[in-house]
Design a protein. Structure first.
Length: 284
């Protein structure tokens, strides 16, 4: 199957993030899911967890979501990490591979966070160089995810959506459009989330993420925590994203305060309902 045909075959799918407390139940029940997404770094060694993932891979397509490649770092990419990522891709044969518009490493220290980078011409050149390097090693097209934002560099000269769109244009990467992150950042910095969506090239969007967030107690900001159901304003923004970008693979992310699997399935069903409505309107 060509890449174009493979892409067309997955555009309406909705999946959930696979987390270890849910693996046994999903393996036993095999609920109706279009795909599973995992954090790649949790499966880069020969472990029982990788064995279980490969077993589930027989029934579910898998998306690999990297969190530690540190594409936005000013330093060179860590070749050992790239090699392990490539080996995992070859084992799992994922439907999608993604990473973040962020950095998370300095020297030999890895930080347990996805940190923002300044949006300048210099960082754009460096980020594109790292994406192209990753493409060369991994032999797969990456999707790059927009972050949730809580601070901005004073000397950033390029709006984030334009920066991400230019990365895609220069490198040929795709974009992972995290709708919750757009909503959180828009609230935190008082910009129009619809204008952000309109800046993204629709033909480059390969996946959408949806997740929960909460309001901080001491300051007037929203925090992207992946610890609750998708908020109603985010569902509304998702519907607008579908209208602008078309139906693309959509993931329900939930990383802390994990609920029962049925709650995740319920969120996935709602996402599918919205996607089905959009498809019906497009074909009517």
């Amino acid at each position: 199957m060509t890449e174009a045909l493979a892409w067309a075959a997955i555009v309406t799918r909705v999946g959930i993030g696979l987390r270890s407390p849910h693996v046994a139940e999903i393996a036993a029940v095999r609920p109706p899911l279009d795909f599973l997404e995992v954090h790649a770094e949790n499966y880069m060694a020969e472990t029982a967890a990788l064995d279980r993932l490969l077993e589930l891979r027989c029934d579910y397509p898998v998306s690999l979501h990297g969190v530690a490649l540190s594409l936005g770092s000013a330093e060179e990419l860590e070749r050992g990490h790239l090699s392990r990522f490539k080996a995992l891709i070859e084992r799992v044969e994922p439907m999608l591979v993604s990473e973040h518009l962020a950095w998370s490493a300095i020297g030999e220290a890895y930080l347990n966070d996805l940190l923002p980078l300044p949006y300048t011409e210099e960082s754009l050149d460096l980020f594109c160089h790292h994406v192209e390097e990753a493409h060369d090693v991994l032999r797969r097209r990456l999707l790059i995810e927009n972050p949730s934002s809580y601070l901005r560099y004073r000397h950033s000269s390029i709006p984030e959506a334009e920066f991400l769109a230019e990365v895609a244009r220069r490198t040929g990467c795709g974009i992972l459009c995290d709708v919750n992150n757009i909503y959180v950042s828009a609230r935190n910095f008082a910009f129009d989330p619809l204008a952000y969506l309109d800046t993204l090239p629709a033909e480059m969007i390969g996946e959408i993420h949806l997740a929960g967030h909460h309001a901080a107690e001491d300051v007037d900001i929203l925090i992207d925590d992946h610890a609750s159901r998708v908020a109603e304003p985010v569902w509304e923004l998702y519907a607008e994203a579908l209208r602008r970008l078309g139906p693309v693979p959509t993931l329900i992310e939930w990383d802390t305060n994990l609920p029962a699997v049925e709650v995740l399935l319920d969120e996935a069903r709602h996402a599918q309902e919205l996607a089905d409505v959009r498809c019906h309107l497009d074909t009517a």
